[in-house]
Design a protein around this ligand. Structure first.
Ligand SMILES: Nc1ncnc2c1ncn2[C@@H]1O[C@H](COP(=O)(O)OP(=O)(O)OP(=O)(O)O)[C@@H](O)[C@H]1O
Ligand SMILES: [Mg+2]
Length: 266
């Protein structure tokens, strides 16, 4: 059984595209307040799993239920009537294209408040003073307040990602699902974004599930690793359990060279 103390519960979920099985009978439970790295080779099903989790992708009819904080997202290939409510609790951050490019950073962040008010009111731009205060506060917290008035398209990738996190904060998200949020960032910006996610997790108790290609970032900032390979979970445990042999099992034999050449984890 699921309850509101469980941030994400995925039961027996599969997703097939044509004849391609992207994920296969995946079971995953993420507790409130966890910070989980979702890792695995390209094509292993990480994005598909995160998209199923928020109902952006509808899983196969053979699938069991997916719940977010007790609200059902989907089951047996059908979205639940509660999907909007479930989604409103999650800030979803993609690798890129997170912001509406032609409007200001401030307005983008303010849009986060739409998750918690009737669409019509939001569409007419009647944000409350409280919404506006929260937007500026969030921009300050993520360190891009000085860029509030800039169009999103004029910001760097790292600034945009921090803006997307600020929007999730204004939304009042209890969880953040981030799909490769640092893949296109330079190392300094990547570290800022990961630190920010880590702070939100530690200080605000926000549950974070983040897909990462960089194992070293996963090790530094996450407590638990879930590794997918060919659509199935092949490791789910403490981040410290990702030793050399396990990483080779996850990423394949060629990872041996990566470890030897870059000296990444022992
Ligand atoms: N919309 C789609 N239509 C058809 N096949 C898809 C679609 N989305 C994903 N796939 C396939 O499903 C499999 C899993 O893809 P997914 O994007 O979930 O992998 P991933 O682990 O996120 O990979 P990456 O690390 O490259 O982002 C891949 O074989 C991919 O080609
Ligand atoms: Mg992906």
């Amino acid at each position: 059984m699921t309850d509101a103390a469980t941030a994400l519960e995925i039961r027996e979920v599969s997703k097939t595209y044509g004849s391609m099985r992207a994920i296969e009978t995946v079971n995953l439970t993420v507790g409130k307040g966890e910070m989980v790295a979702l890792i695995g080779p390209s094509g292993s099903g990480k994005s598909t799993l995160l998209r199923c989790a928020t109902g952006l992708v509808v899983a196969d009819p053979s699938s069991g239920p997916i719940h977010i904080f007790g609200d059902k997202v989907q089951e047996a290939g059908k979205l639940s009537p509660k999907v909007r409510r479930a989604r409103s609790r999650v800030g979803f951050i993609f690798q890129q294209f997170n912001l509406v490019r032609r409007i200001s950073l401030y307005k983008n962040v303010l849009l986060g408040a739409l998750g918690r008010m009737p669409t019509l009111k939001g569409a007419m731009g009647r944000f409350t003073t409280e919404d506006r205060r929260k937007a500026m506060e969030a921009l300050e917290r993520v360190g891009v307040k000085d860029h509030a008035g800039k169009r999103a398209s004029d910001l760097s990738g790292g600034q945009q990602q921090r803006g997307a996190i600020a929007r999730a904060m204004v939304q009042g998200a209890q969880a953040i699902f981030a799909d490769e949020p640092i893949a296109s960032l330079d190392p300094v910006s990547a570290r800022r974004v990961m630190r920010l996610l880590h702070d939100l997790n530690r200080e605000d108790g926000i549950t974070v599930v983040v897909t990462l290609h960089q194992v070293d970032y996963a090790m530094k900032y996450c407590d638990r690793a879930v590794a997918l390979k060919a659509g199935q979970i092949i490791y789910d445990g403490p981040i410290g359990g990702l030793g050399r042999d396990r990483l080779i099992e996850i990423y394949g034999d060629e990872y041996r060279d990566v470890i030897d050449e870059d000296g990444v984890p022992a």
